[in-house]
Design a protein around this ligand. Sequence first.
Ligand code: GLC
Ligand code: GLC
Length: 811
Amino acid sequence: MHAMSYGYFDDDAREYVITTPHTPYPWINYLGTEEFFGLISHTGGGYTFYRDALMRRLTRFRYNNVPTDSGGRCYYINDGGDVWSPTWAPAQTDLDHFEARHGLSYTSIAGERNGVRCEVLFLVPLGTTAEVHRVRLTNTADEDRSFQLFSLAEFCLWNAADDATNFQRNLSLGEVEVDAGTIYHTTEYRERRNHYAVYGVNSEIDGFDTDRESFVGLRNEWSAPQAVVEGRSRNSIASGWAPIGSHQIRIDLTAGEQRDVVFVLGYVENDVDDKWESPGVVNKTKARALLDRFATSQDVDDAMRGLRDYWSDLLGTVSISTGDPRVDRMINTWNPYQCMVTFNMSRSASYFESGLGRGMGFRDSAQDLLGIVHLIPERARERILDVAATQLPDGSAYHQYQPLTKRGNDSVGSGFNDDPLWLIEGTAAYVMETGDLTILDEAVPFDNNEQDTGSLFEHLTRSFHHVLNNRGPHGLPLIGRADWNDCLNLNAFSTEPGESFQTMETQDGRTAESVFIAGLFVHAGELYADLAAALGLDGVAGSARDHTAAMAETVLEHGWDGDWFLRAYDHFGDKVGSSECIEGQIFIEPQGICVMAGIGTETDHANRALDSVKQRLDSDHGILLHQPAFTEFHVELGEITTYPPGYKENGSVFCHTNPWVMIAATRLGRAEEAYAYWKKIAPAFREEISELHRTEPYVYAQTIAGRDAPRHGEAKNSWLSGTAAWNWVAITQHIIGVRTEIGGLRIEPCLPAELDDVQFNRRCRGAEYRIAITNRATGSPAQLTINGIHHEGTLIPYAAAGDVVKITVET
Ligand code: GLC
Ligand code: GLC
């Protein structure tokens, strides 16, 4: 099957259009921009939550379900006994026409059958704690039509983990209220909750249901609920069991007539002493106000306009035109969009992350900043301070913290010795983007303890010194529990089935060392020195540079294998990632990070490392994590060897790491190679192999199965991954080559011959830079003009806010 049978990019609308329900996997989108979010697949599957996917889940979702994509909220039509869903699922009745459009924070799905067209627009309007669903019904036949429309939302009892397990309690808890066609889900509101869910519609209704079994029937499936099949709601009031919300509306349409019905599924919070309208009756004032805001279709149009303006303004920060639509759509729309979603969700809620478990990762959150500092600098600033406040006094870090409490969480592990360095990377990106040095003076607690605070700069200092203070026999950084590769657990020695490598007690680990952390230390250490210098702390900067130079020497002395950088030394002092090994001879991470950091670029080490990557790790679907993949479990290496060869941390194309090699390649002027690596993993380029790739062709996935796996080329874990931010950095800042530095905007394109004429516009610190690049791929230093005047070098001083600067670049 060819890609075109699944869909296409509509670049003007900034939408991906899916033309069949039968994609190789559910292709999802996210609704919401700040507090209230929904996940929605192209057939309407997914769920919705307020702020925290674990603690405030409005609608239910069944993991590992068959079919895989269900749940949440959906619509049915019963047209004279013929039952179908405009979103195809859950009814799964064939449609005469189907089209799903995933746009920026909205999705619209249209189905048509027997002369009735039904298009449902799903969005979370700005500043709104609700999903709005506009159901647009059109009679496309030339006779009058009359049919029944049914809505459905299955409520989750708030805590999604408890909801999925604690049946002995939960099946007796469910409570609802129905008031003039509006359904209120009020479970636990009588006791300690002060929030409820509301599901209303801007129309008279002809019936409703709030009890799942009354609506569906005990033995029916979601594809054919009894009430829908019989065309008759039961007007049921849930009492325990499973509360739902369903409305029945009779629709009469003359030939060609169109009617809009607007549903609102929202979250309402009341003050604790203002919970009740009268004894036992929920205070509905805020819910009514919410429904009033979307009383008409015009209100929905206005909300859509607000959403579009929000995104055009944000994405206007960077825009490109290269002549290759695949490049342009990644940079103009989909990559920044994914960066924003990843920033909002962290690693919590996707079709691969259950929303039940993982909090905010220390290193993940710090890296996510790289993709959004230019879009939402104020929120980046807040995130940096939140993350820093979970750092421990000795400079180490909890691996994760909980979004609602913002406190570090030891139950998900600690001792990942790379973690602290990412705080430097994220902070530096923010400062370079904004010029805001004041953030470095902010007082920030350690371990959220207000009695023990230090400036943010002090936090960065402790990050830096944590590495220096924890070095092993070769002078390289100790790895601790693991480094960026969470699964390289050199101190775990786990033999217990099911034991967590992330949290189990490990050896004290004074031997196992990481060359990756050494490379990251040099890279982050240079940024730390730049920040110190910007604060006028020349002594600190100088000494930091001495340390990074010494670490670079140590890497060349003890971290070089002959043709590439070693990965690590294990607990016994044996090499990991060496030609002496039988499996796992070469790893991508140190090749990328060490060259990015400039280690071995003065000698031929760096070029040789990248030659080795090309020879040994490159594949048709991206650069593999390591080769050969491990075929057996190695107790001394840990979780990395638990995965079958070619999957996840055991030798997949772990897309997060590929941009490091791209950046490294640009550092050495290897332009064609850098770009070729990018094209192998960039979703818009993989669209034509969607059947193999399986996940969405508009966003990056965390992994693509490696050469050692039977399903080489198949992606998993789409959406929430550091891949989004790092590819943004690689393509825009190093291949297109426009990046912020403390002293100005650096313009150093490293472009392949096929991108010969690039227009790149960048807003930064209030000014606008219009950069026209003519690329003859000469490999010689770029020649710049500013506003028509020759400019020496490649660093452009920042212009005053409001200025428009015209720049030409010839390479
Ligand atoms: C996951 C984690 C990330 C880690 C990577 C490699 O993406 O979220 O923190 O670096 O796996 O193990
Ligand atoms: C598992 C995953 C890995 C992730 C880690 C942390 O080990 O395979 O990708 O980084 O969990 O949650």
